[in-house]
Write a protein that binds this ligand. Structure first.
Ligand code: FMN
Length: 194
């Protein structure tokens, strides 16, 4: 069984539709820890020791957040800048995270078509997430395909709950080591596996 850490970042959870739903569906799963970064660190003063301890105690780290300006909300960047220290996470002596896995679970306003070479946003979601992918690689982690929800403002309540259910199945499957490297290798979004 894998221990999954959800690093959750939404600056205004009270106004969230999709992430509030996803959290409701997965927060009580066994072997899953939800770490709400904005709740813990509203002033962006991140407790590096606490965060590093959390990382050491888990096998898979999921950054769950809305897609903001083709990336993440600011606290995620701050978290990377402070927590992934040289010779701890990377560098000659930096092996603390080796063998663990990282992924993103994101929602975006744009459609899947808009995130294609011929769409408005010109690049795919996977291309925009390259800094996460390469950060994982630098830290000797495996980067998994992202869980992605598109066109969030058009989702009906029924669709929100369908995504909640799908996310819950995904996190449970990660806990139970149900996917192989081959499974991850053949999909653009991990949604295609659940
Ligand atoms: C500051 C800000 C930046 C955003 N940037 C993007 C973006 O770059 N691409 C995109 O597709 N949607 C963007 N959006 C839309 C959000 O991704 C969308 O509102 C969010 O996923 C909805 O999730 P929620 O219901 O949990 O708040 C942005 C929204 C805000 C408020």
């Amino acid at each position: 069984m894998a221990r999954v850490l959800i690093q959750f970042a939404h600056p205004i959870l009270s106004k969230s539709r999709i992430h509030a739903t996803l959290l409701n569906y997965c927060s009580r799963l066994k072997n899953v820890t939800v770490n709400d970064l904005y709740e813990q660190y509203p002033d962006l003063y991140i407790n590096v020791e606490r965060e590093q301890r959390l990382l050491l105690n888990h096998d898979i780290v999921v950054f769950q957040h809305p897609f903001y300006w083709y990336s993440s909300p600011a606290i995620v960047k701050q978290w990377f800048d402070l927590v992934l220290e040289h010779n701890w996470a990377y560098g000659r002596e930096g092996k603390a995270l080796a063998g663990k896995a990282m992924m993103n679970a994101i929602s975006c306003g744009g459609s899947r078509q808009a995130y294609s070479p011929t769409g408005t946003n010109r690049f795919t979601i996977n291309q925009f997430l390259a800094p996460f992918d390469q950060t994982a690689n630098l830290c000797k982690m495996t980067y998994l395909p992202p869980f992605v929800i598109h066109t969030t403002h058009r989702l009906t309540d029924e669709q929100l709950n369908e995504y909640g259910d799908q996310y819950c199945q995904l996190i449970s499957a990660l806990v139970n080591d149900q996917f192989t490297a081959d499974d991850f290798g053949r999909v653009q979004y991990v949604n295609e596996l659940v």
